[in-house]
Design a protein around this ligand. Structure first.
Ligand code: ADP
Ligand code: MG
Length: 252
């Protein structure tokens, strides 16, 4: 059965989508079958893999609200072994429409159950909020991968996120665990170094050994609809995400 991992942090701009796209792509490139689910109405994971949001027949909204099977909307991506469930701004509506629905926190989980066996890894790119959509992602997952940007307020909001994970585990999904914490956008500055030290001191072995550097090639790749391993395999960003993929696979 596929391992379901939500990539989460209620802060925006901390490298969730970049990690979702590139980690999924690197694990797929290692020959594992991977599904990436775009759970953010911004649809950045969708466009980052070169999929034209205007052309979509179905999006995740239809799975959550209209009971369309994920199997019927999984798209091929430019990466072999990597499929995508796309999202667009319609997903904002799901938040409202699900409020009175039975098992509203489990809509994504129930949808994933039908296709879990088809993939070795299922990644969920969460929105920058602690909303019902994010809770759906956490209820559907075995683990959470938290991204933290190497900047001054990296740890701000983390206790709230960890509290949410504990609440979901205690009340909705007892299998949920903190899988790991990933430091992103590292720069060779004293500040970045200090953030890495602080985060490792706080979170110990939960922090991945791999640190993702700030790399302009990584930020350029989505506008070409490509993961970094297609856009510039020799870049520091590609090297880091390939290393992270090995670490995630090895941790099991
Ligand atoms: P989130 O999904 O948490 O909002 P993103 O992954 O969209 O964050 O990243 C926010 C911005 O930072 C984007 O413009 C992205 O291209 C850029 N970015 C993310 N990771 C890196 C990196 N390692 N190097 C350079 N730019 C990055
Ligand atoms: Mg994002």
């Amino acid at each position: 059965m596929g391992d379901v991992i939500a990539i989460a942090n209620q802060k925006g701009g901390v490298g969730k989508t970049t990690t979702a796209v590139n980690l999924s792509s690197c694990i797929a490139a290692a020959g594992r079958s991977v599904l990436l689910i775009d759970l953010d109405p911004q649809g950045n994971a969708t466009s980052g893999l070169g999929i034209d949001k205007a052309s979509l027949e179905y999006t995740l909204y239809d799975a959550l609200v209209n009971d369309i099977a994920l199997e019927d909307m999984a798209l091929e991506t430019p990466v072999e072994n990597l499929a995508l469930i796309p999202a667009d701004k319609d997903l904002v509506g799901a938040e409202v429409e699900l409020v009175d629905v039975e098992r509203r926190e489990y809509r994504l989980r129930d949808a994933i159950d039908a296709i879990r066996d088809n993939y070795e890894y299922i990644f969920i790119d969460s929105p920058p909020s602690l909303s019902l959509l994010t809770v759906n992602g956490l209820c559907a997952s075995d683990g959470v991968l938290v991204t933290l940007q190497c900047e001054y307020f990296a740890l701000e909001g983390l206790s709230e996120l960890l509290q949410t994970i504990i609440l979901v585990r205690d009340n909705l999904n007892d299998a949920l665990m903190l899988k790991g914490v990933l430091l992103t956008m590292y720069q060779h500055t004293n500040l970045s170094r200090q953030v890495v030290d602080d985060v490792r001191a706080h979170l110990g072995t939960k922090v991945y050994k791999t640190v993702i550097p700030r790399n302009v090639r990584v930020s350029e790749a989505p506008s070409f609809g490509m993961p970094i391993i297609h856009y510039d395999i020799k870049s520091a960003g590609a090297e880091a995400y390939l290393k992270l993929a090995r670490e995630v696979i090895a941790r099991g």
